[in-house]
Ligand binder design. Structure first.
Ligand SMILES: Cc1cc2nc3c(=O)[nH]c(=O)nc-3n(C[C@H](O)[C@H](O)[C@H](O)COP(=O)(O)O)c2cc1C
Length: 219
């Protein structure tokens, strides 16, 4: 290879006027805005195993405490397993009067997240990064998710014959709900609610109110 070939090639590729950076898909803020917890799905759309595989594949690209990568993922698509799991998850506990999900809008695909080691603080941080990363990928694919902590762990482990304890379930599907974020002040109610049009509204504390003020004088 000629001397400084790589340097020249780098300049050609990255400093050439012809190179245009093309944005594909939504930016991070927009993706995050769309990444809402969905509790009603369009059952006319079937989530395939291949789709769940693409979502779970993000786990080979994310941060992990000590890079231990202890999480494992069981994919569940439409069928008897999914029907059985649905009996053991609880959705929308803050709106008990609605008995979510509404009949005919139940999720039918799940990613059950397990850990090969006992749960601890680092495993839980890995878990959060994993669930959010998978949710972002699902939204990029035109799907939606719900992180589910409220489920019967033993029942789900038995139904699926899991070799490791399940920590969390991610429901995946085509969204059939309208969801909006509502900016609120710190101290306001943070309970999600529904309006007269059936829209699901999620209060979020305004960004400036999430910051801790410096006690040091500013110049
Ligand atoms: C760790 C965690 C556990 C959750 N568990 C449940 C659950 O068991 N059932 C449910 O309906 N929603 C669950 N959610 C969804 C939250 O209720 C939801 O994130 C919150 O209402 C804010 O809505 P948003 O995700 O659209 O911002 C969970 C979310 C997180 C992060």
């Amino acid at each position: 290879m000629a001397d400084n070939y790589l340097e020249k090639r780098y300049d050609e590729v990255f400093h050439s006027q012809k190179v245009r950076v093309k944005r594909v898909g939504p930016n991070v803020d927009e993706l995050l805005r769309r990444t809402r917890s969905v509790r009603g799905y369009n059952k006319a759309f079937v989530v395939s195993e291949e789709m769940l595989r693409r979502i779970a594949a993000v786990n080979s690209r994310i941060a992990s405490a000590r890079n231990q990568q202890v999480l494992r993922f069981r994919l569940v698509t439409r069928g008897p397993e999914a029907d059985a799991i649905l009996q053991h998850v609880r959705m929308g506990a803050a709106l008990p009067e609605l008995h979510l999900p509404f009949p005919g809008t139940e999720p039918e695909a799940f990613i059950v997240v397990c850990s090969t080691v006992d749960e601890n603080r680092m495993v839980d941080i890995d878990l959060g990064i994993s669930l959010q990363s998978m949710s972002l990928k699902a939204v990029e694919m035109g799907l939606a998710t719900l992180i589910i902590a409220a489920f019967d762990h033993k029942a789900v482990a038995d139904i699926l014959g899991l070799p490791y304890p399940p920590l969390m379930i991610l429901a995946v599907g085509k969204p059939a709900e309208q969801i909006e974020l509502v900016p609120v002040n710190d101290g306001d109610s943070l309970h999600y609610y529904r309006d007269e049009k059936g829209r699901h509204l999620v209060p979020k504390i305004k960004p400036d109110q999430l910051l801790i003020e410096s006690l040091w004088p500013r110049d």
